[in-house]
Design a protein around this ligand. Structure first.
Ligand code: APR
Length: 258
């Protein structure tokens, strides 16, 4: 990977950003890597150490709800100990430059919200929330697994589960509808820190590009999206995004001020 000082944005991107009304960002686990949260794929990925079908699926929960809860409590503890990084905060700053700015995230770590982003569309739920496995009602109670018993829904008696999307499950209908709507309208679409392999999130950049968006990928590694993107920035998001905000200040700061 080149040094941070080599980071350059093309004139085309600057021109598009200078006049854009609607900008959309899709994020994946890579944007939280600099906060210390492991990604899923790649050399130190979680799916190299754990089997997702054993931990993040309906069958796994029905077979062994305690094990699934142990996994999610471990991940919650990990997330409770970390902070948003410069990439998250730069996206908060970017929001101020565009009348329509949305973050569509595959992450369940709540770090975009913690950093202060407002228009966050959560495609895969949020690990800090719980709901009933049977009736789906939100559950606000404490999860204390020391006693080895999983709380039950006060409404229907179903087991309580994390409010995240498991493999094989449908995404929240309103989230995917909104994500497709804003991606269709985007004039500039950033795909940041995702391996672009999990549907339906992986189709959103294509939807945006097919409707005229300028497509930018920010990822130190190549992905299936790289050959389709109009611009690829092979750097960590936490290095690129703060520099992009400086560029935005130069090209839109004047507009923002008057
Ligand atoms: N900045 C930008 N990108 C990074 C960084 C960084 N600092 N560090 C790693 N990456 C990139 C990796 O190169 C990889 O392409 O982030 C990507 C992470 O890919 P995955 O681990 O596959 O995560 P993601 O794409 O978010 O996975 C999608 O799969 O397991 C499910 O539900 C889970 O939401 C997740 C979905």
């Amino acid at each position: 990977m080149e040094a941070k000082s080599d980071i350059r944005f093309t004139r085309k991107l600057i021109e598009r950003l200078a006049k854009a009304y609607n900008v959309v960002v899709l994020t994946g686990a890579g944007i939280s890597a600099a906060s210390g949260i492991p990604t899923f794929r790649g050399k130190d990925g979680l799916w190299n150490k754990f089997n997702p079908q054993e931990l993040a699926s309906v069958d796994a929960f029905m077979r062994n709800p305690e094990l699934v809860w142990e996994w999610y409590n471990w991940r919650r503890q990990l997330i409770r100990d970390v902070q948003p990084n410069l990439g998250h905060y730069a996206l908060v700053d970017m929001e101020a430059y565009f009348p329509e700015f949305y973050i569509i995230t595959q992450n369940v770590d709540n770090l975009h919200q913690l950093a202060g982003s407002r228009n966050v569309i959560e495609l895969h739920g949020n690990i800090m929330r719980n709901k009933c496995f049977d009736c789906g009602k939100p559950y606000a109670g404490e999860i204390r697994l020391e006693k080895k018993e999983i709380p039950r829904c006060p409404e229907c008696g179903g087991l309580i589960r994390p409010d995240v999307v498991w493999f094989g499950e449908f995404l929240p209908e309103e989230a995917i509808r909104k994500a497709q709507e804003v991606s269709t309208a985007a004039e500039v679409f950033f795909s940041i820190g995702t391996s672009s392999t999990v549907e339906p999130a992986a189709s959103l950049p294509y939807l945006a590009k097919g409707n005229g968006a300028y497509l930018v990928e920010i990822n130190p590694e190549e992905t299936p999206l790289s050959s389709v993107a109009d611009e690829t920035l092979r750097y960590p998001a936490d290095q690129v995004l703060p520099l992009l905000v400086i560029a935005l200040e130069r090209i839109r700061g004047r507009a923002k001020k008057n």
